[in-house]
Design a protein around this ligand. Structure first.
Ligand code: PLP
Length: 394
């Protein structure tokens, strides 16, 4: 027998010595390029607010007006009396925007992934996941009780071998459209071809593609021109869209089935209706947001062309997620802390979020960043490489 609280304490102490302890910062400002964290001002490269919409005046006004008219609480689950007209309007607008017959709102992307995969898949089925998929896709596969195959990152041939030998009743390939810690894209066209060949379906988690990639920001699938009844997409609404929540879009039969079977949709109170009103305003900004996307991609190009380091390297990403791989946990923390002393916040991402010995700084860029902001980051990183001794401990 062992004492639970003592086990918890031992775990925390071990994390501390391994450089894996995680800490929250206290934010006292809106999410923007300049934030106040733990009482100090910082230039931030931390958020997924890729288009700078999280504190946009049009969204704030839409939320305030809807709250005055519709109140703040949803009051009951969707299947009782919680499904408000604002939710319904947003679902229809999202389906039309991504070019799918129907869409369904969830309170978070996490809830969408666990709800969809566990509803669509069962014991006789198989889920095929990229090794670098977001944790909630794996949790969804686990909850579904389906056989869970994990294939090496973006490895189409390895996935095909697994599909060839699978005797599962139904098969679902699950992948991030844009990988959250690497910033690279999944080979979705190749996956869709495998779906046709092996009678499988493709579930794309487009948390980091929606709003950013494709014509008017319609997402990774539209970016690649993919259209098929075998496709189901999930987009989150707390990243580029700047608010909170998520949606799943696909064939009408899929959406109707989820309303009947997805526990994380059924047994929960929906997000407040004013959030959907803010998201309708956000969708308008996204659709007319080519100038924001141009600014974002200009900042990505600036960082990639002018950052010149020898000890640490940027991964080959063309998206807003620009990971700088350091390797060692302590050195990644030391670099993150060095930048903090320069007034710049970039999070150090360590295992288990990323594989061991690939600790990194996850630089995320936004349309809210100016050229001067990005140059400040580049200069601080160049100074850090000169100033931080190899093998430094934070
Ligand atoms: C952030 C994220 C989620 C979770 O979405 P939330 O709305 O924040 O719960 C799911 N998948 C990926 C790839 C993500 O990056």
């Amino acid at each position: 027998m062992s004492n639970l609280l003592e086990s918890l304490q031992a775990d925390l102490e071990k994390r501390q010595t391994l450089g894996l302890m995680r800490q929250r910062r206290l934010l006292d400002s809106p999410q923007a390029e300049h934030i106040t964290a733990n009482g100090q001002p910082f230039l931030s490269f931390c958020s997924n607010d890729y288009l700078g919409l999280a504190n946009d005046a049009a969204l704030v006004t839409a939320l305030q007006q809807a709250a005055a008219e519709a109140g703040v609480g949803s009051g009951a689950s969707n299947l009782i009396t919680g499904h408000h007209r604002y939710h319904d309007q947003l679902e229809q607008a999202l389906a039309a925007f991504v070019g799918k017959p129907a869409a369904l709102l969830f309170s978070t992307g996490y809830m969408a992934n666990i709800g969809v995969i566990s509803a669509l898949m069962g014991r006789e089925d198989a889920v095929f996941s990229d090794k670098l998929n977001h944790a909630c896709l794996n949790d969804g596969a686990f909850l579904s009780r389906a056989t869970h195959h994990r294939f090496p990152h973006n490895d189409v041939a390895a996935l095909e071998k697994l599909l060839q030998t699978s005797t599962a009743r139904h098969k679902l390939i699950a992948a991030d459209g844009v990988f959250s810690m690497d910033g690279d894209l999944a080979p979705l066209a190749e996956y869709l071809a495998l779906c046709e060949r092996y009678d499988a379906y493709l579930y794309v988690d487009d948390a980091h593609g929606f709003g950013v990639l494709g014509p008017q920001g319609r997402g990774s699938l539209r970016h690649l021109g993919l259209e098929s009844p075998r496709l189901i997409m999930m987009g989150t609404l707390g990243k580029a869209a700047g608010v909170a929540g998520a949606f799943v879009a696909g064939e009408k039969v899929v959406i109707e089935y989820l309303i009947q079977h997805a526990n994380s949709y059924i047994y929960t109170t929906p997000a407040p209706p004013p959030l959907s009103a803010a998201l309708l305003a956000s969708l308008h900004e996204i659709e007319h947001g080519d100038a924001r996307r141009k600014q974002l991609f200009d900042m990505i190009a600036l960082l990639k062309s002018e950052l010149s380091l020898t000890r640490w390297h940027l991964l080959p990403s063309s998206t807003a997620i620009q990971p700088l791989v350091v390797g060692d946990n302590h050195e990644a923390l030391a670099l993150s802390q060095y930048l903090q002393t320069c007034g710049i916040l970039v999070p150090a991402i360590r295992p288990p979020t990323v594989p061991v010995r690939t600790s990194r700084l996850r630089i995320s860029l936004s349309a809210a960043h100016s050229e001067a902001n990005v140059r400040a980051l580049i200069n601080a990183l160049h100074a850090a490489e000169r100033d931080i001794p190899a093998g430094a401990q934070a």
